[in-house]
Every structure is written in C-alpha cells, then in structure tokens.
Design a binder for this molecule. Structure first.
Ligand SMILES: [Zn+2]
Length: 333
C-alpha cells in the first residue's frame, strides 16, 4: 500500500459523497438483539453464541512461518515457497480452496506469475462476507535509511505477513466453529510491487479479483487487513473506508469499543491507497484496517529492512483478530 491520494477528480467525487460522520463517538456496550431487520442484524456488534477464542500467539506463529521464507516478492524463491505453504495451511481449514493465477508484465521485461488464494466457507451460501490481506512483500526497501540497501526486498513482517497471519488463525477458528454466513478469505498477491508513483503497478491481485469476479458475487461487505501487527498498534478510521463504507467502519469500531479493544481509535486516519479501492470500485463495500504509523509518525519501519517480527506482537494480532472474529460470528444469514 502507499499513502497516495486518488486522482483529484475522483477525490472530489468521493468528498462530495462523504457524510461527515468520521468524528462521531461510537455507541458502546450495545448487545445484539433478536428479531431485527436484516440490515440491523448485519450491524449487530457481537454474537453471544459460544465459539473458540482468537489466539494472538497462534497468529504470531503464522506470521513467523511466513517471514521464515525470507522476502516474498513476486518471482522470488520465498514467494514460491510461501504460496505452497499458504495453500497447504488453508486446505485442511476451509471448505474449498481455489487458486486464481494470473500474469503481469513487470519492470524490465519481467513476467510476474501471481496467485490470489481464495479459501471459502459455506460456498453454497449466497449471503457472504469477504476478508482479505496481501501476502506478497515489497521487492525494494525504498524507504530504508541505508541507500545501498534500498533495492533489496523487505521481510514484510507487518506489511504482508501480519494480515495474512490474522486470517490464517481466523481460518482455524472457522474450521472448529463454522461461521453463520458464507465467508471468503482472499489472500491477495502483487499488492506492493509498484515503484513509488507508478500506481498502475500496485494492487495487482485486488484489481484482478475485482475484474474477474462473477457479476452476482456481491458480499455483504469486505474487510481488508494490512499492517496490523505493529507492537504499538493504533488503528484510526482510514478515510477511503469512511467514504466508501461508513456503516462497515462504524460496525467494526463499535465492536472494538464493545469488546474493550483499545487499539481501535475513533479518530480520522489518513487516506491509504490499498487493496480495498478496487473492491469498492467493483461494488463491494470494503474497509481497510491499517496502522500506517509503524511504530509512530516520527519513525517509520514501513518499506524498510526494519519491518521484522520483533517489531510486531501477538497482542496486536490478537486485538485485531478478536474484533474480526466477533464481527464474523455476529452475522445473521
Ligand atoms: Zn507496503
């Protein structure tokens, strides 16, 4: 992802359509009630049905399992090996696992072979939700302070592995305790390939997914996780999410408040160009849960060789995973 703003015309259109609700305090402590309308049911904060709890330590093990392959940039050995690992991890955990393979003409004549991994639960259900994260890592540490290392690929513990780690732990929960509605976990490839400023070479997997989805595939909503592993996790409301999917942002942040998960802040965040944009443009209301200030806004490990597991924590993954799990199990068919 990149902290880029959309072309100005689109931004103006988005601003025009934006309701100014970003600063509203969320209602806290509203338990779910039976017999609501489908729309209200979709936004019930928490299900009281028994289910396994989300284990942050398990998620952290899924994070280090990915970084153990080294950088996972397209075309690398780590990319190839990590793909095989993700598929073999998900196959026993999901009802159906599909690979969406595609190619992209990269820099210097490089032909990229990219793969989105789609793990589905209750594949026959029409009511579905979409959960996604990018699994590729950046081919160059262009923000690193050591100039001579800026062309080397990054490990991507937070930028890449963290979101996938949360989704893999959620997948093992969904195996033990099936979700009330259909769930598609989509691990997107090629998010972080582009050189700075070359926006067409970012978001490759989400663009491909959005362009090739069936016309009638319209999940109730989508949630993207990116950079959710920071030890000092701060999650404001990302601004494109607020514009495209304000109700989904409200539901997720209210759920966090209800659960007492303090890493979610009821504050206006930045606009982040990320995989949620192509999905929103394809009609799937999708939010981005992202902490761009990693670890804080004066010191950034983003796109550097400092993006390593010791700067991430099981607690942060657990915070995000517990909110995500509560949202999933609160869905009413
Ligand atoms: Zn990135």
């Amino acid at each position: 992802m990149t902290n880029h703003t959309l072309p100005s015309l689109l931004v103006l259109m988005l601003i025009a359509g934006c309701s100014k609700n970003g600063g509203q305090a969320p209602a806290t402590g509203t338990p779910p009630e039976a017999g609501k309308t489908p729309a209200a049911e979709a936004h019930a904060p928490v299900s009281t049905a028994p289910r396994p709890s989300f284990r942050g330590d398990n998620a952290f093990a899924f994070l280090t399992a990915q970084t153990a392959f080294g950088p996972r940039n397209p075309g690398s050995a780590g990319h190839r090996e990590c793909l095989a690992y993700l598929v073999s991890a998900l196959r026993p955990l999901a009802d159906d696992v599909r690979l969406q393979e595609f190619t992209h003409n990269g820099y210097g004549g490089e032909q990229l072979r990219l793969t989105n991994v789609i793990a589905s639960y209750r594949p026959a259900d029409r009511t579905r939700i979409l959960l996604c994260a990018h699994w590729d890592t950046r081919p160059r540490a262009d923000q690193d302070e050591t100039r001579s290392k800026r062309n080397d690929p990054i490990l991507g513990a937070n930028d890449g592995a963290s979101g996938v780690a949360v989704l893999l732990e959620l997948a093992s929960m969904l195996k033990k305790s099936p979700p009330p509605v259909g769930v598609d976990i989509v691990l997107l490839d090629g998010e972080d390939y582009g050189k700075e400023g070359d926006h067409a070479s970012y978001l490759l997997g989400s663009r491909y997914f959005a362009e090739h989805k069936a016309e009638d595939y319209l999940p109730r909503f989508g949630i993207l996780l990116d950079m959710v592993g920071d030890k000092f996790l701060d999650l404001p409301r990302e601004q494109y999410s607020v514009r495209y999917a304000p109700d989904v942002v409200d539901m997720v942040w209210k759920t966090a408040a209800y659960l007492g998960v303090t890493q979610f802040h009821d504050e206006k965040g930045e606009e982040i160009m990320d995989d949620h944009l192509p999905l929103n443009e394809a009609g799937i209301q999708t939010i981005d849960i992202i902490d761009f200030n990693y670890p804080d806004n004066t010191n950034r490990y983003w796109h550097t060789h400092q993006d390593t597991p010791e700067h991430c924590s099981a607690e942060s993954l657990g915070a995000v995973g517990s909110v995500l799990a509560a949202v999933v199990y609160a869905q009413v068919p």
